[in-house]
Design a protein around this ligand. Structure first.
Ligand SMILES: [Mn+2]
Length: 309
């Protein structure tokens, strides 16, 4: 099965460490991906972001498969919040917290959950649309909603029906502070099926413009719903190829027989039309009395000077 998701994370050009974390995990027909951007002094940010993605994945995949995707993801985000609080406490940095944007993709549908200012974009037909809404504004964290919130969390949840060719992009604010949405669409669009290249190019673009923050990008490619479609298409292609080869070969054989020397023409040796090389009536190439172009004396319309008033 071809890989459908690529991810890159980079410290950037200014920060000393990388407090972004990401997750990509496939489990049969479900892909879970997430980006977490840790905030908090010292090792707090890393601890929070790691706890967020680890707990998200553990809870999401432990949930009953029959449970609706949105519910499963929402529950996992709530559990991630609890895990971040616990980790923050243990690490001695009670204010450590993290953004969390997560997408669960199954059967052509993407369910996206968000807390904070990491983002999800949907790139379709060369244009990108921001799916998530940023939760930002308070100077303390820079974000108003996050995992690691003692008051509890309720993530925003979005549902998108994916179409063949769509790309889902998750990223931290280290990308979006330097790279415009149209540029994300352009890079992803011009990378085709090379998702690794798309993720890499986006990170490089952010770094080329200063790389002021840690940069994380996940690019996921939507496939036609039901992968079985690809196998019959391949068989049809093969059948077409065989038919073309047969046509070419039989054509070549026919030509060989036609020009083969010493081959008796055919049993029905009827006088071929070419044998009756009688002068055809068309040969009477008599000069036809065509009406020659005699110089006519028809006076052309004389340019009468228009009577000026
Ligand atoms: Mn950041």
């Amino acid at each position: 099965m071809a890989r459908r998701t690529a991810a890159r994370t980079d410290t950037g050009r200014i920060r000393e460490g990388n407090e972004d974390r990401y997750l990509v995990r496939d489990d049969r027909d479900v892909t879970l991906m997430a980006v977490a951007d840790g905030v908090g002094g010292g090792p707090g940010g890393e601890v929070a972001a790691s706890a967020a993605v680890d707990e998200l994945a553990a809870r999401f995949f432990a949930a009953p498969r029959a449970q609706p995707l949105a519910e499963r993801l929402g529950d996992a985000v709530r559990d991630a919040n609890t895990a971040v609080l616990r980790a923050a406490d243990t690490s001695g940095n009670a204010s450590a917290a993290s953004t969390l944007v997560a997408a669960a993709v199954a059967k052509g549908q993407a369910v996206i959950a968000n807390l904070g200012d990491s983002r999800a974009y949907l790139v379709r037909d060369g244009a990108s649309r921001q799916v998530t809404e940023d939760h930002s504004g308070i100077p303390a964290h820079g974000i108003t909603r996050f995992v690691g919130d003692p008051r509890g969390v309720q993530a925003d949840v979005y549902v998108e029906e994916l179409r063949p060719g769509d790309r889902l992009v998750l990223c931290s604010d280290g990308l979006t502070r330097h790279v415009e949405p149209e540029e994300i669409a352009l890079v992803v669009g011009t990378s085709g099926d090379d998702l690794d290249s798309a993720a890499q190019r986006l990170v490089e673009l952010a770094n080329s413009r200063g790389g002021e923050d840690n940069v994380t990008v996940i690019v996921h490619s939507a496939l036609p719903f039901g992968r079985a479609a690809s196998a019959p298409r391949r068989i049809v292609g093969l059948a077409m190829f065989i038919v073309i080869v047969l046509l070419v070969v039989s054509g070549a054989i026919a030509v060989l027989f036609a020009v083969a020397p010493g081959q008796p023409p055919s049993i029905t040796a009827s006088p071929s039309p070419s044998a009756t090389a009688s002068p055809s009536p068309s040969a009477s190439a008599s000069p036809s009395p065509s009406p020659s172009a005699t110089p006519t004396e028809t006076p052309s319309e004389s340019p009468t000077p228009s009577a000026s008033p």
